[in-house]
Ligand binder design. Structure first.
Ligand code: ADP
Ligand code: AMP
Length: 216
């Protein structure tokens, strides 16, 4: 089960990937989480990534490709993975294909979460993330039982700096310009399945399960 979740910021990739990775027994490899963890630990990768992330720009391909390749070479990814937020450019997709080919593997499916801008803005501006475990909530659509506190681990919930409205608009443009070309790229390879990402969290999960059913 080697699957990539593709979609604009706020489409629900992380929400679905976290649950499904547990269900399928594969790691959830979210490059945004990887970079935020690197930043929290003040590693050279984190510090380099910060100036791009703050603006809502993409981190340079060579930086993110190196970091993701290192993560995918870890033992837990040998049986499969859900990639969330990678690849985001055609160059990243090509690097991923090469990396997997070196290991005699390939991507099994790419799931595109289709959600339109008004809903993305509502989701991103209301998103809250746990500082402890990275779980994601929404002030209205997926509120925690107790405001500001993570249901899973009791950690503090915070609003990502790049979820401010100005940065969100830039991130949506970056998606349209740099990431949307991947739709055709994967359609040509017959790997792409589109799910209607605007439904409830449960209904979207059902669609992803259906789209990946043959792989499990
Ligand atoms: P992504 O990983 O694609 O950027 P997230 O999974 O973090 O997106 O979801 C963005 C926000 O939208 C979060 O606050 C999350 O709780 C909320 N959300 C996710 N899926 C849905 C859904 N199907 N309906 C309503 N809100 C959702
Ligand atoms: P995300 O958590 O997926 O919304 O990612 C947050 C930010 O991390 C993005 O706005 C980028 O700056 C950076 N990032 C994450 N994944 C990638 C990637 N595959 N390529 C380039 N930058 C990335």
């Amino acid at each position: 089960m080697r699957v990539a979740f593709l979609g604009p910021p706020g489409a629900g990739k992380g929400t679905q990937a976290r649950e499904l990775a547990r269900e399928w027994g594969v790691p959830h490899v979210a490059t945004g989480d990887l970079l935020r963890e690197a930043l929290a630990a003040a590693t050279p990768l984190g510090l380099e990534a910060k100036r791009y992330m703050d603006q809502g720009a993409l981190v340079p391909d060579e930086v993110i490709i190196g970091a993701t390749a290192e993560r995918l070479r870890e033992a837990d990814a040998a049986r499969g993975f859900i990639l969330d937020g990678f690849p985001r450019t055609v160059a990243q997709a090509e690097a991923l294909a090469r990396l997997l080919a070196e290991q005699g593997q390939k991507l099994d499916a790419v799931i595109f979460f289709e959600v339109f801008e008004p809903e993305l803005l509502r989701r991103l501006t209301g998103r809250r993330v746990c500082r402890g475990c990275g779980a994601t909530f929404h002030v209205t659509f997926a509120p925690p039982r107790s405001a500001g506190v993570c249901d899973r681990c009791g950690g503090e919930l915070y609003q990502r700096e790049d979820d401010s409205e100005a940065t969100v608009l830039n991130r949506l443009q970056v998606f349209a310009r740099q990431t949307a070309p991947l739709l055709d790229h994967y359609r040509r390879q017959r790997l792409l399945t589109t799910v209607r990402g605007e439904g409830s969290i449960e209904s979207v999960r059902g669609e992803v399960r259906e789209a990946t059913g043959a792989l499990q």
